[in-house]
Design a protein around this ligand. Sequence first.
Ligand code: PMP
Length: 309
Amino acid sequence: MPITATEKIWMDGDLLPWGEARVHVLTHSLHYGGGVFEGIRAYPTERGVSVFRLRDHIRRLLASARVLMMNVPYSADQLVSATKQVVRENGLDQGCYIRPIIFLGYGEMGLNPLPCGVTVAIAAWPWGTYLGDEGVKSGIRVKVSSWQRHDPNAMPTAAKITGMYVNSSLAKAEAIKAGYDEAILLAPDGKVSECTGENVFAVKSGRLVTPPISQAGALSGITLDSVQMIARDLGYDVAFEAMVRSDLYLADEAFLTGTAAEVVPIREVDDRVVGDGLPGPVTTRIQAEYFAAVRGEIDRYKDWLDLVD
Ligand code: PMP
């Protein structure tokens, strides 16, 4: 999924030309992984391009920074308007992916992060669905990883910290090399946690189940939250319940959720066909509602949209 360069990147209050948003090789977070970030999407709607649940993403970004005790010199309101500015100034009317990152910059070395200066950047570019159009349509094949999700006393799993994604990258590479599309990670207690950059749901007898976020060491996904609301509005029960890998093998349907991936059916887990191997009726219905909601086609979910203009 190559990055398509756009014109400008917001960095510490300025809109810089894309190629000039650079960092020094001795940037603290590059060495120690102590940055926090978000993945956000904007979609075209009838009323113009709109950022999906922007305030919720900025809230989670600042919460991640708080976990790392970073002093962020911008308020949530400032980051919301900076994000809209990036979408607007790059002319991304047809929608885009937005990547804000807060990191510790150049000037200090050593493991104490506290004296380090904090840099904030926001980039945006057009980006197709993360697991591919075919994955969204027909489903993907996943593998339970040999890599384990973080123990919450080794890494604060509620925060979206750059260094934590080494774990996700190891699992992703393992899955791809073994011929799968995505990995499922288990928590240290052996229960299902989440995917490398997505939450996971199983559907059994018309009921949706997803792992309990904190106990499972999963990220509190904003897509997960949107999907659970959509599912409840459609009349389905949604439960946060511990699950083991065989719960996924024996589900009627399974799917994953994430901002980049959106809503993607899972057709196989560890070479076991889930259900009849096709996107199931519950998944398909929820997926269609989600795609309509993000594009502003459902009145009830209008509050989730933050118009750029
Ligand atoms: N889990 C992990 C590890 C992630 O990186 C993401 C993507 N941010 C998610 C779940 C899904 O979160 P969201 O729906 O907010 O994008």
